[in-house]
Design a protein around this ligand. Structure first.
Ligand code: AMP
Length: 194
């Protein structure tokens, strides 16, 4: 399987690029942010539980997101050529759990693609996005809180994958297709060497 962790700070373009990777490689897109927003919209107990946390820009608990991902892997494994994890794992605990989940179904993370975007650019992009999609957590204050959470909890996940020799840095500046070509070059390489 080709299992890609698409990694990067909020506003680095993970969602946009994930959609293009899905189109090219036929992968199942697992975005914990999208799944949590869907829970919120559906008004489920889980959705109500996570709404305030998401609105604050803080991270939802590892237990909740791990369980969502575990279910999705179980539903799709064997039916797709691989997964693209977008916005997950966001803590080292989640990364360890993902390794375990994938191992249980006989596979592993193939590569981690880190969309590298300078921090000055992130808030600008998030604010631009808010004009296009009206996401509730795309305000300046919440975006800043998300970047703080990212630096505290998520950035260490890059070292976790680096220590496994699975981290690839990708320049996240430029136009969408240009960035996509850089990602696809690494995905192709991973496929050839898998
Ligand atoms: P995203 O769409 O990936 O930016 O996620 C939006 C919000 O959902 C985040 O700010 C968190 O509150 C929550 N969230 C999404 N994915 C995770 C995750 N893997 N771990 C914890 N919280 C998450």
């Amino acid at each position: 399987m080709l299992n890609i962790v698409l990694f990067g700070p909020p506003g680095s373009g993970k969602g946009t690029q994930a959609a293009k990777l899905v189109e090219k490689y036929g992968l199942k897109h697992l975005s914990t942010g999208d799944m949590l927003r869907a829970e919120k919209t559906s008004g489920s107990d889980l959705g109500n539980e996570v709404a305030a946390i998401m609105a604050s820009g803080k991270l939802v608990s590892d237990e909740i997101v791990n369980e969502i991902v575990r279910k999705q892997i179980g539903l799709h494994v064997g039916k797709v050529p691989g997964f693209i994890f977008d916005g997950y794992p966001r803590t080292t605990e989640q990364a360890k759990t993902l390794d375990m989940f994938l191992q249980q179904v006989g596979t592993s993370v193939t590569t981690t693609l880190f969309l590298d975007v300078p921090k000055e650019e992130l808030i600008t992009r998030i604010l631009l996005r808010s004009q296009q999609n009206g996401r509730a957590d795309d305000t300046k204050e919440v975006a800043e809180a998300r970047v703080v959470e990212y630096n505290k909890w998520t950035l260490p996940v890059a070292s976790f994958y680096d220590s496994q020799g699975k981290l690839r840095m990708v320049d996240g500046l430029g136009d969408i297709d240009e960035i996509f070509n850089r990602l696809a070059a690494f995905a192709d390489l991973a496929l050839r060497t898998a």
